[in-house]
Design a protein around this ligand. Structure first.
Ligand code: CP
Length: 335
């Protein structure tokens, strides 16, 4: 495997093989599988789970890792092309990224969306500018529109819970958050659930529609897997017979890059905080999923997070197992 960039680059059989490998590595550890291998981890955006789970994954497989982020005691990094570097930044990504990559056998890169121009973010301009600088295998640890490690872990979490693929009902719901967050998780989660063959409903207030190109891609995937895609602002209709509600906040697509108008619009939806009444029409065993971090009492009520519906801790642990499978396939001795 040369790149783990987007879950939809892989066939359902390849995804299932990764999940089977993750299950196997959990029950039958291979502490020498990646002995002597090094994973470089470049975080240009903050993290808890991705940072810790990649390091834990490499250690459990017998390899090592190192982390570089702008928060560390490193030279200031410039990313703008063609800039005269007479300001604070002493180093350009054009040197920094290939150097970091050269110390490892593979590199993980996290760079969130700029959130200024939706077309540029949809085209993954920033992430591509980084991966174009390297020829080592790489893992997308979250870019403007993708979070494949989260998607693989979430797929596994639903398998662990015996949530059906075809016939399983998945509600991807916008939730209130005080900040305009990136589209990476909602976009890639929509595609993951469609690829799993689920009946997916995107539940969101007006002004927070997912971009048409993302919905079109979801429809194409669903047509091939036997799933379906709907979009609504009607909560009761969306939640009917749901197996899963996956909550996430994202930027207003009507006011993308316009913080003031985004804020004015989102503040009209403070009541989009997932709580027990949301589940009235859902299946009794409907589960709550979230990639974390999550704001308690803002995105979701404490009683949901602390109650039996929540599987957020299992999702987070599955990040480590899913990434072990990816690293094993990317760096292990292939037969
Ligand atoms: N879910 C996730 O990617 O968490 P972090 O941002 O903490 O890595």
């Amino acid at each position: 495997m040369k790149a783990f960039n987007n879950l939809t680059d892989f066939s359902n059989e390849e995804i299932q093989a990764l999940i089977e490998l993750a299950v196997r590595l959990d029950s039958n550890p291979e502490p020498e599988a990646l002995k002597g291998k090094v994973l470089s981890l470049l975080f240009l955006s903050p993290s808890l789970r991705t940072l810790a789970s990649f390091q834990a994954a490499m250690t459990r497989l017998g390899g090592g890792s190192f982390v570089i982020s702008p928060e560390m005691s490193i030279h200031g990094i410039e990313s703008r092309p063609g800039i005269v570097m007479d300001g604070a930044a002493a180093e350009h990504i054009r040197e920094a990224v290939p150097v970091i990559a050269s110390y490892g056998d593979a590199i993980g890169i996290r760079a969130f969306a700029e959130r200024k121009n939706i077309e540029a973010d949809m085209q993954e301009n920033e992430f591509s500018a980084l991966t174009d600088l390297i020829d080592t295998p790489y893992i997308n640890m979250e870019s403007a529109m993708n979070h494949p490690c989260q998607n693989l872990a979430d797929w596994k979490t639903m398998d662990d819970l015996n949530v059906p693929s075809n016939g399983g009902k998945f509600v991807l719901s916008w939730a209130y958050h005080p900040l305009a967050l990136p589209l990476a998780v909602p976009a890639s989660t929509l595609h993951m659930a469609a690829k799993r063959g689920m009946d997916v409903t995107v539940l969101r207030p007006e002004g927070f529609e997912l971009p048409a190109a993302l919905m079109e891609k979801a429809n194409t995937i669903a047509a091939a897997t036997g799933g379906s895609i709907k979009e609504t602002d009607q909560r009761a209709e969306a939640m009917e017979d749901a197996h899963i509600i996956y909550a996430k906040s994202w930027s207003s697509t009507r006011h993308y890059g316009d913080k003031l108008n985004d804020q004015k619009l989102r503040e009209q939806h403070l009541d989009w905080c997932v709580d027990e009444p949301w589940f009235e029409n859902a299946r009794n065993d409907c589960r709550f999923m979230h990639c974390l971090p999550v704001r308690r009492g803002v995105v979701v009520a404490d009683n949901i997070l602390d109650g039996p519906r929540s599987v957020v801790i299992a999702e987070a642990r599955n990040r480590m197992l899913a990434q072990m499978a990816v690293l094993h396939q990317m760096l292990g001795n292939q037969k």
